[in-house]
Structures are given as structure tokens and as C-alpha cells.
Design a protein around this ligand. Structure first.
Ligand SMILES: NC(=O)c1ccc[n+]([C@@H]2O[C@H](COP(=O)([O-])OP(=O)(O)OC[C@H]3O[C@@H](n4cnc5c(N)ncnc54)[C@H](O)[C@@H]3O)[C@@H](O)[C@H]2O)c1
Ligand SMILES: [Fe+2]
Length: 359
């Protein structure tokens, strides 16, 4: 039996912000990355939504903490908005989703991603950091009502963010394609996301703004795919390492993903199928999986992303000292449940050793 559902209304293209009027929100709470506080976007959002009153919450920081979400929850409870709009990357969207979730109020929720990566605009996830560990909160109630994908908001993205978030798309698509709960529809979306991202991300990185709308859609497609199918060991380990060392999430995925593909050899038939569906090719499964891995490694290099934790600035000694707690956190992460092979401590340690690098 296979199930597929996507609650979120997705509106894409230049000017998509005008769809906020459909929320019919007299009172609007805008939760936004501080980057946007000094721009004209908040006013444009209020106008598009036709809101008489707007409260703002600009305190979002990368990798939001549970404490920050609790602070925001109090704002939702005090202001009692008709709708909440999240504007920013995965951190702003996750923070806003948690604020609404914990407020216990019934509020319309729209997400406007300004990075192309997390897919949070269509997922049932909110990832909060607590005591140095990133905890994915997963619940249908976290699914946004509306996602607005306007490529015009991506012109200011710095190169490093294009690379980090872009690699997050690849990790979502690859992990969801081989995940235990994958189905025909989620795989079609994931394969298309891989094809678009591999083809266009280097151009976007080189400064071509015209391709960014397509990559934005790829991020959302990968988000729908993983919200349905689940993720895997790469994300479980990225959450454990991200909570501990505060390296951007997509950068950690870039370091981990090729090693995780190797560790999940039991899923090779699906990786090969994905390589062919995404136009990477290889008639024999072994060749197709090798081509897929080589494509990941080539892209990582082209996007100037690190290939080890040491290259990302984490001294190997610190990784070795933290190994036990990192392994424990990764194994406790809900993403492990849908990895094609049930991870055990030996598997996680092996991947960690492979990506530690030399100091
Ligand atoms: N909920 C989910 O389904 C899901 C999935 C994957 C990742 N995540 C989470 O998302 C977070 C990562 O999100 P992200 O990669 O989007 O980064 P982010 O939201 O952490 O933002 C990173 C930086 O980019 C800046 N920024 C955002 N948009 C910009 C723009 N248009 N121009 C210039 N600067 C801009 C922000 O100010 C911030 O400093 C992590 O916490 C990760 O755990 C969530
Ligand atoms: Fe991710």
C-alpha cells in the first residue's frame, strides 16, 4: 500500500507574494530572518496580505534553539494573529513552525523561503537545537498551508549559501529516494530534483540568477519527497554534528553524503535507478552507483565545499573526543528509522571516521 499527500498550496514565480491575500489575515505575524528587517519586504508582505495590523519577530538565528522558539511562542499567544508568515531560510521557517505549533492556536501559516535548500516550506519537520543536539520535531500539524516560491528573492544569495543549501537539496533527494517509506511519486519528485540541481547549481554558483527559480522548485520537490518518504543516516549524522559544532547544515551533508551512499551498499539498486532517472547514467548498477558518487564528489569540489570535517574547521581531536555522544545522538535521530539499512553503532563510527579527515 502506498500513500501520498501534499497539503501545502504551492505558488511559484515572480510576484507570487500576491497570493498572500488568499490568507485573508487582518492580523499578521511576520517571523523573519534579521537579514530582511532593513529591506522593503516586510511592508510588501503586509500590503500583499492586506493585513491591517502586523507584528514582527526578527530574532531568528541560524539553527534555532528550543528557547528561541519558546520566546516566539509567547509572541504568538500575546498577538493572536490570523496568519503567520515565515520569511527566510530553513532556520526562520522552522522557528516559525515551532512557534505556531507550541502556541496551541489555530493559525494559517505561509512560508516564503529565501534560500533554496531546506524544503521546510512543504515539510512536516521543524528542527530545533537543545543542549547541543538538533532535534527534528515531526508532525503533520507542522505542514504549512501555503508556500511561496519567488526566485526574485534569491538574487542576494552569497555563493557559500548557494552551495550549502544546494547540497541540502541533493541530500534530501538522494536520501528520500532510497528511504524505507519511498514510493513511486516521492521518487519521481526526488529524481527530478537531483537532475535539476546537478545541471543548474554550478551555474547559480557562478552567478547566473536566471536558473535560481528552477533550483528553488527543485528544493521544494525534494522537500515534498522527503516529507513523504523520510530521510536517512546522512541527516541523522548532520543533525548530531550540527548541534555540536555549528557548521551549516548543507555543508555537513556535503561532507557526509558520498560516505553514506557507500555505507548503504544494500540500497545500490535504488541508487542506480536514481542515477539513470536523473540522467547520470550507467547501464550496470555498479557503474551507475559509481557515477552517482563521482557526480556528488565533483559537484562538492566545484562548489568549493569541504570534503572532511577537518577541512570544515573541526579539529580531528575534537571529533574523536565527542565520538561516543555523536554516535549516540545520530542513532537516536528519527531520520535513522527510514535509512534503507538500519544503522548500528559500527556503521555510524565508520562513516564518522571516514569524514573526520586529518588535522
Ligand atoms: N524543516 C525542514 O524540513 C528542514 C530540512 C532541512 C534543513 N532544515 C534546517 O534548516 C536550517 C538551514 O536552513 P538554510 O540552509 O536555509 O539556512 P538558514 O536559514 O540557517 O540561513 C543561513 C543564513 O542565510 C541568510 N539568508 C537567508 N536568505 C538570504 C538571502 N536571500 N540573501 C542573503 N542571505 C540570506 C540568513 O540571514 C542566515 O544568516 C538548519 O537549521 C536545518 O537544520 C530544516
Ligand atoms: Fe536537510
Amino acid at each position: 500500500m502506498e500513500r501520498f499527500s501534499c497539503k501545502t498550496k504551492i505558488i511559484s514565480g515572480p510576484g507570487a507574494i500576491s497570493a498572500l491575500g488568499e490568507l485573508k489575515a487582518g492580523r499578521l505575524l511576520l517571523v523573519a530572518d534579521p537579514y530582511f528587517a532593513e529591506t522593503d519586504l516586510p511592508q510588501r508582505i503586509q500590503k500583499a496580505a492586506g493585513a491591517e495590523a502586523m507584528e514582527t519577530f526578527f530574532q531568528v538565528k541560524p539553527d534555532p534553539t528550543a528557547e528561541l522558539a519558546a520566546q516566539g511562542t509567547a509572541v504568538v499567544q500575546a498577538f493572536k494573529p490570523d496568519a503567520v508568515v515565515a520569511l527566510g531560510g530553513g532556520s526562520a521557517m522552522d522557528c516559525a513552525k515551532a512557534m505556531v505549533y507550541f502556541s496551541g492556536q489555530k493559525v494559517a501559516f505561509a512560508a516564503i523561503p529565501t534560500t533554496s535548500g531546506s524544503g521546510s516550506e512543504v515539510t512536516d519537520f521543524s528542527i530545533l537545537t537543545h543542549d547541543g543536539v538538533k532535534h527534528p520535531l515531526v508532525d503533520d500539524a507542522l505542514l504549512p498551508d501555503m508556500a511561496i516560491l519567488d526566485g526574485d528573492l534569491l538574487a542576494t544569495l552569497p555563493k557559500s549559501l548557494i552551495a550549502d543549501a544546494g547540497y541540502d537539496i541533493l541530500a534530501h533527494a538522494l536520501e528520500s529516494y532510497v528511504a524505507k517509506n519511498a514510493g513511486v511519486i516521492s521518487r519521481a519528485l526526488a529524481a527530478e530534483a537531483v537532475e535539476i540541481t546537478c545541471r543548474l547549481l554550478p551555474d547559480s554558483f557562478a552567478g547566473d540568477t536566471a536558473v535560481r527559480q528552477d533550483i528553488h522548485l527543485a528544493a521544494t520537490m525534494a522537500g515534498v519527497a522527503f516529507s513523504q518518504a523520510g530521510l536517512g543516516l546522512c541527516h541523522a549524522m548532520a543533525h548530531a554534528l550540527g548541534g555540536r559544532f555549528h557548521i551549516p547544515h548543507g555543508r555537513l551533508n556535503a561532507i557526509l553524503l558520498p560516505a553514506v551512499v557507500e555505507a548503504n551498499a544494500a540500497a545500490n539498486a535504488h541508487y542506480a535507478q536514481l542515477a539513470r532517472a536523473a540522467g547520470i547514467g550507467g547501464a550496470a548498477d555498479t557503474v551507475a552507483v559509481r557515477n552517482l558518487k563521482n557526480t556528488l564528489i565533483r559537484l562538492r569540489k566545484e562548489l568549493r565545499l569541504p570534503s572532511t570535517l577537518a577541512q570544515a574547521g573541526i579539529p580531528p581531536r575534537q571529533v574523536r573526543e565527542a565520538t561516543d555522544s555523536l554516535v549516540q545522538a545520530a542513532l537516536a535521530d528519527p531520520c535513522c528509522a527510514t535509512n534503507p539499512v538500519t544503522p548500528d553503532s559500527a556503521m555510524v563510527r565508520k562513516v564518522l571516521q571516514q569524514v573526520t579527515g586529518i588535522g
